[in-house]
Write a protein that binds this ligand. Sequence first.
Ligand code: FAD
Length: 436
Amino acid sequence: MTTAILGGGLSGLTLARLLNEQGDDVVILEAEQEYGGLCRSHQEQGFTFDTGGSHIIFSPDADVLAFMRRMIEGNEQRTVRNTKIFYKGGLVKYPFENGLADLQPEDRFFCINEFIRTLVAVQKGDLAPPSNFHEWIYYTFGKGIAECYMVPYNEKIWKYKTEKMSLHWVEGRIPRPPVEDVIKAAIGIPTDGYTHQALFSYPLKGGIESLVRAIAAPLHQRIRTGFYVRSVRKTGKLWLIGDGKETVIADRCICTIPVQHLLSSLENIPAPVQQACDALVCNSLVCVTIGVRGTVPPLSWLYIPEPSLGRANRISFPSNYSPLTAPKGCGSILAEITHQPHDEVSRMTDQDLIDQVTNTLEAMAIISKDRIIFAQVIRQPFAYVVYDLDYQKNMRVVNDYCRSIGIPLVGRFAQFEYLNMDGCIRSAMDFIKTSS
Ligand SMILES: Cc1cc2nc3c(=O)[nH]c(=O)nc-3n(C[C@H](O)[C@H](O)[C@H](O)COP(=O)(O)OP(=O)(O)OC[C@H]3O[C@@H](n4cnc5c(N)ncnc54)[C@H](O)[C@@H]3O)c2cc1C
């Protein structure tokens, strides 16, 4: 039995490894010349940067975390998270609700007062349950935390009005500390939130790509790079998968490439299915990687909700994840800018993007431009799934269709879910369990 896996990112490679371990014959079809997808890393002048945005290894899923840590055994650096939000010129501890003590008194009062008023209103039944993400933010955190941080930050990263986003995904994905912790935070008793991420791992050498390389180690003969899947058809019991030059024949076909790419490879798709797929929303990403002489602030990463500080929504400091990601005496910075696929950011030149980011970094007093050794731009067309209000309805149609033709969907853009690496590995593990 030969299984063709479309896509050689983390999901495709994990699936292939698990199938290979149980004795199945697999072939991974990957469009790029290198496998790894969003989990690739790039070396430049002694610096290592993750090309799909800054990655760290963490998970509340013990089995998956153990799997990831086993893969990088002997090459693991563990770090205590030191993450902040840049707010009104100062640094506020992340998550914001755990950092209220860092706010000026007026903002602190606004946040805690509205938080408690909202709690009371919810308990008295005076507030209708939320029906979209925007309402959920106000209902959960109150107007203060909503307006100081949650709404501006979320609209900056999602590039979507929070009123137009669904709320089905927030549980477990958005930190939601106990009430006592928020009150403690406001009066200055330290509390930590999102604790399963408070200590994270990162490969000492090689960036996040070391993780996918370790997963792929037993599979090298099975990976076909430079194979852009353009056609997928079934003849009798066999799948014929082509890239326009060659056809691979398999007994089973599993998709980990974006579902949009899968559908454009299929024939005779019913119009409602195509319409549902076309209506799915995702964000692209620009990464600006910067190598600097001297040190960077001792932070893991920094969220930037304020629109006035430019387009970057997050700035990470990879040289603080592992000292081996930068030459001695140097530091590294990775700025992330999310954007919609064909918007003005996609038309900006690399130099304009670099100038914008370096201006922001100077305005925030993080670096002075004369310390920059090099800066580069890396673009990712598929970065984030956006859960708009029609998402669940549309994905139901797409899922039902893919199920009906016998192509399982596994991974971030195949399932079209906001999955981190742990979620992708969990999906692959669950697929193996249910299919064997
Ligand atoms: C900014 C950012 C930061 C992140 N940070 C973290 C983090 O800190 N921790 C964490 O756990 N997760 C993080 N993630 C999530 C993580 O990157 C993803 O969950 C994971 O990489 C998804 O893997 P995948 O294989 O499902 O998809 P992808 O990585 O997108 O892989 C899909 C593969 O399919 C290939 N492909 C596409 N079309 C075709 C085609 N037609 N034919 C053949 N091949 C094709 C692509 O080239 C790619 O290699 C982050 C993501 C982003 C965007």
